[in-house]
Design a protein. Structure first.
Length: 201
């Protein structure tokens, strides 16, 4: 099956499993005849249209074990590979907006997960908190649970880079990583883009 994909890319020829069987039989017959003057004709009647979403789809082939997946970093490796401290900065529901903003400023981050009993129950972003404070200065003393947004998704440390990247969208800026039973790492969109940029340097 891997040979079919390579042949398609190299020669632009899209055959099928049945075509491969016919070709194999012709090769075996040629060996049996063992005559350099012999000429074998085979008819390849199926051009593979029904298999476009399967044997000619590399992702389908990988998911079904016919092709090896390229080595991807695990979520835990992505956390460990970040520059600077990798310990997780987080707020609790009762953390004040003032303290959350101070934490973000001190550690150079723009968002924090909100954790309770080692579960992510929400998130706060610097821009949204500052907007709330500009609209009402009393917001500084409110707990973040009054202003927090949706919780970040959580993956185990063995999840691969593709799984992490798929979860990062314009509305989900970060993914949390659980290792040894507890949430202790975070991967942001910035981390992924920075890694891609370094790979192209």
């Amino acid at each position: 099956r891997g040979k079919m994909g390579r042949r398609r890319r190299a020669e632009g020829f899209r055959g099928t499993l049945a075509e491969g069987t016919v070709r194999r039989a012709a090769i075996e017959e040629a060996r049996r005849i063992d005559d350099p003057e012999a000429f074998i004709v085979i008819n390849l009647c199926d051009w593979g249209e029904r298999y476009l979403s399967k044997v000619f789809d590399d992702e389908w082939m990988r998911e079904n074990g016919f092709l090896e997946r390229p080595r991807r970093r695990s979520a835990a490796e992505m956390v460990g590979g970040k520059e600077g401290p990798t310990d997780l900065k987080a707020a609790t529901p009762s953390t004040s907006v003032k303290m959350a903003l101070s934490t973000m400023s001190s550690h150079g981050v723009s968002q924090l997960p909100v954790l309770a009993d080692d579960e992510c129950v929400g998130s706060v972003a610097e821009a949204e908190l500052m907007s709330a404070v500009l609209a009402d200065a009393d917001a500084l003393d409110r707990p973040v649970e009054a202003l927090m947004g949706a919780p970040y998704p959580v993956l185990t440390g063995i999840a691969d880079e593709d799984e992490v990247t798929r979860l990062l969208t314009h509305t989900t800026p970060a993914v949390l990583v659980r290792c040894d039973g507890r949430i202790d790492g975070i991967v942001t969109r910035y981390d992924v883009v920075r890694g891609l940029a370094q790979g192209r340097a």
